[in-house]
Design a binder for this molecule. Structure first.
Ligand SMILES: Nc1nc2c(ncn2[C@@H]2O[C@H](COP(=O)(O)OP(=O)(O)OP(=O)(O)O)[C@@H](O)[C@H]2O)c(=O)[nH]1
Ligand SMILES: [Mg+2]
Length: 364
């Protein structure tokens, strides 16, 4: 199954690859100079889920598989990227394919590490990226409009509604308005195939100094205020620390975090991305051999969910036997849960809920 993907974006040298490594336990090159990433790094992150851990303890399977989210770490973006500056065009086309944007904003001070704009100013950095995404979208919309106008004039289409929607988008982009705010949901849905960057779900990762985790600097407070005014979620992380934590055993990690009086944040970030992607989790227990968490879009029917496990299961779907994970954990076994009448039988149109444990019945 192709997993959904988070794109790590931001100016050069802000800690994108460091964050990528922390997220995916990857080995992307990290350098103290701008543009150390040229070709994108791709990796997967397991989605932390305490329910999966508890299920594993209960069932004791041979294998446990967590839900995963893919991350891509692309080259840094600079002013003029939409005209091809830096690695601009390659960058922009790469992120057009991702499902959620994770924007790393540099807040750590470290003078040895150059900032392309000269000083540490998170809000200005956010605005640079915002403008580049917007200009790139404007170019795309401009091209689409020219094409559609021709088709309408030559009578090949009468899609006036689309024409007026694209015009509305163009005007708003030209005036620098946030499409997230000005467009209605139906309009956003209508535009979903265009892959507009300024409509992708977005959140900020403030890459902060360790000290900021316990006492936020004025710079960080300004960034928080800005994000909340814009209605964009943000999360504060010390990417370097998180990357180092990944190298430790879990006991060492607990000790270390206790000493610093901080908590690990990377897991929270992965969960946030998952939520932004509008994903929920169902579980399967394959004959007690494999316990697995499956990510699916909220609102999926049980027969389509079966298709995520295997296409034959969707084709030959008969019914699903469903129990809520918390019930199963409380009762202790499927057998007993069945005896107690806690396992439901659901037909193909049942909408999967987060935390369902499902046994699919199908004919092959
Ligand atoms: N002090 C400090 N340094 C960091 C932190 N995160 C990253 N760095 C350092 O910042 C430099 C750039 O980090 P990278 O992860 O390579 O940054 P990038 O955004 O991927 O850079 P490009 O690929 O060049 O765009 C490296 O020297 C990192 O060690 C952090 O949280 N604190
Ligand atoms: Mg990099």
């Amino acid at each position: 199954m192709a997993s959904l993907c988070g794109g790590i974006i931001g100016l050069p040298n802000v800690g994108k690859s460091t964050l990528f490594n922390a997220l995916t336990q990857g080995k992307a090159q990290v350098g103290s100079f701008p543009f150390s990433t040229v070709s994108p790094n791709v990796g997967i992150a397991s989605v932390p889920d305490s329910r999966l851990e508890s299920l594993t303890k209960l069932i004791n399977p041979e294998v446990t598989k967590a839900a995963v989210v893919e991350f891509v770490d692309v080259a840094g973006l600079v002013r003029g990227a939409h005209q091809g500056e830096g690695l601009g065009n390659e960058f922009l086309s790469r992120i057009r394919g991702v499902d959620v944007l994770v924007e790393v904003v540099r807040c750590f001070k470290e003078e040895e590490i150059a900032h392309l704009e000269g000083d540490i100013e998170p809000i200005r950095d956010i605005q640079i990226i915002e403008l580049e995404l917007l200009l790139s979208d404007l170019e795309i919309i401009g091209r689409r409009l020219t094409k559609l106008n021709k088709l309408v004039k030559s009578g090949l289409t009468e899609d006036k509604e689309r024409l007026s929607l694209l015009e509305k988008v163009k005007v708003n982009l030209e005036e620098g308005h946030s499409l997230r705010r000005v467009l209605r949901q139906e309009e956003k849905d209508e535009l979903s195939k265009e892959g507009l960057l300024s409509l992708k779900p977005l959140f900020y990762v403030a890459n902060v100094d360790e000290d900021d985790l316990t006492s936020p600097s004025p710079l960080l407070k300004r960034l928080r205020r800005h994000a909340s005014e814009e209605g964009i979620d943000s999360i504060e992380i010390c990417a370097q620390l998180e990357a180092e934590l990944k190298e430790l055993s879990s006991e060492e990690k607990i000790e270390f975090l206790k000493e610093l009086k901080i908590e690990e944040r990377i897991d929270r970030l992965i969960k946030e991305v998952y939520r932004k992607l509008n994903l929920i989790t169902f579980f399967t227990i394959t004959g007690g051999k494999e316990v697995r968490a499956w990510p699916v879009k909220r609102g999926i029917s049980i027969s389509r969910a079966a298709g995520k496990v295997h296409s034959d299961m969707e084709k030959g779907f008969i019914r699903g036997e469903v129990i809520v994970v918390s019930d199963l954990l409380k009762i202790g076994s499927i057998k007993r849960a069945k005896e107690e009448g806690r396992v439901r039988t659901e037909g193909k149109d049942y909408l999967v809920r987060d935390g369902d444990v499902i046994h699919f019945r199908f004919s092959s």
